[in-house]
Design a protein around this ligand. Structure first.
Ligand code: FES
Ligand SMILES: [Fe+2]
Length: 375
């Protein structure tokens, strides 16, 4: 694709979109209310748990109903509007901290102290159920849409639907997890994750050490056909692949083995990355304010079969290295994102996007603009 000089100068997200509260308010309604948002993983809702999560400016509770289907409710009591739970996982049914109303798996009040005082609620409890949002699932990935109207999840995700389904195959638990705030607008954080151009400058030492990605060999391949989502595949370093092949008997098999690094952005708030499919790194980006973003990061493991104990130990070491690598890279990215935020607040000219190397950033900006932003 040829981008003219004029396009580069005038096209894209204007600097004020990263720091103005008007843009931020518009994003919450045009992007974070209307689209499917990644909310959590099925394996995090196992048992009789409920799970508090903030999506854009909406606080929700996720839980599974009796059929095992995930459901999403507004995190507000129907009695007198107390917030029902804090973010994160909680055991047992939803119980309001104010007057102890209990809500069942479908969000219907099922236990009320002094029930004689609430004859209507006792007679028609389902009329007093928690406000519910659309909630759909692909494999392990639970998505919620705040707005009642819009396309189904499969249509919204396009080809990413199959990727998420396949990636979920054999996922068996969260190996590592952290929440961290980044002092930057959510778009700064996403855009930073969409290019490898900054890697030599920002991650100078970190990337040299671990990582089996090829640098000199083939360039990454970008997949930009979908109007909203994008991904890349970057061939694994052949030495790394052959090392895995040599240890193959010990390590055994895992459900989906590929020989590249992959990074997917599922617009607007999810990235899924994996190296060779032996684990998946799932990150949710949540805007907290115009210049602050919370990131919830998990590394999810998969089932291995036919391996030996020595192989399992080897994988454990690879995972441990991966966890510390992820944290280091995250801290380095957080530091540079803050500098970008400081800069963009002073900027009036549009950014310059490189051809090829920054195509996924441009693609994200187009997706953003397709949400009728700044009109
Ligand atoms: S506000 Fe929830 S029980 Fe009263
Ligand atoms: Fe980075």
């Amino acid at each position: 694709m040829n981008t003219s000089v004029a396009d580069n100068v005038e096209y894209g997200i204007p600097p004020r979109a990263y720091c103005s509260s008007e843009y931020y308010a518009e994003e919450l309604s045009n992007i974070f209310s209307k689209n499917w948002l990644f909310a959590g993983l099925m394996l995090e809702l196992e048992g009789k748990k409920h799970y508090g999560v903030r999506l854009g400016n909406t606080e929700i509770i996720l839980q599974r109903d009796e059929q095992g289907k995930p459901r999403a409710f507004l995190n507000v009591c129907t009695h007198r509007h107390a917030k029902l739970c804090d973010p994160g996982a909680h055991k047992g049914p939803i119980r309001c901290p104010y007057h102890s109303w209990v809500f069942d798996r479908q969000g219907i009040p099922s236990g009320i102290p002094q029930k004689k005082s609430f004859p209507l609620v006792m007679e028609f409890p389902e009329k007093f159920r928690l406000t519910e949002f659309s909630c759909e699932v692909v494999g392990q990935f639970i998505f919620v849409r705040i707005s009642p109207q819009g396309p189904g999840l499969r249509e919204y995700l396009g080809n990413q639907y199959d990727f998420l389904e396949r990636a979920s195959n054999g996922m068996n638990g969260v190996l590592d997890e952290f929440h961290a705030d980044v002092d930057a607008n959510w778009k700064v954080v996403i855009e930073n994750s969409l290019e490898g151009y900054h890697v030599p400058a920002v991650h100078t030492r970190t990337f040299g050490q671990v990582d089996g990605m090829s640098r000199e060999e083939a360039a990454p391949i970008f997949f930009l056909d979908d109007p909203l989502h994008s991904h890349l595949e970057h061939a694994a370093n052949p030495d790394w692949v052959s090392r895995f092949a040599r240890m193959g008997k010990k390590i055994g098999q895992w459900p989906w083995r590929f020989e590249h690094y992959t990074h997917h952005l599922i617009f607007p708030n999810l990235t899924v990355t994996s190296f060779m499919g032996y684990s998946f790194h799932v990150q949710r980006f949540d805007p907290i304010s115009v210049n602050r973003t919370q990131v919830h990061s998990r590394t999810v493991g998969v089932n291995f079969s036919d391996g030996t104990e020595a192989g399992a130990k080897m994988m454990e070491r690879i995972y441990m290295d991966g966890h510390s690598f992820t944290r280091k890279v995250f801290a380095e990215d957080g530091g540079i994102c803050k500098k970008i935020q400081d800069g963009v607040e002073q900027a009036s000219r549009y950014a310059i996007l490189g051809e090829g190397i920054e195509d996924r950033v441009r693609h994200f900006q187009k997706a953003y603009q397709s949400m009728n932003m700044g009109e």
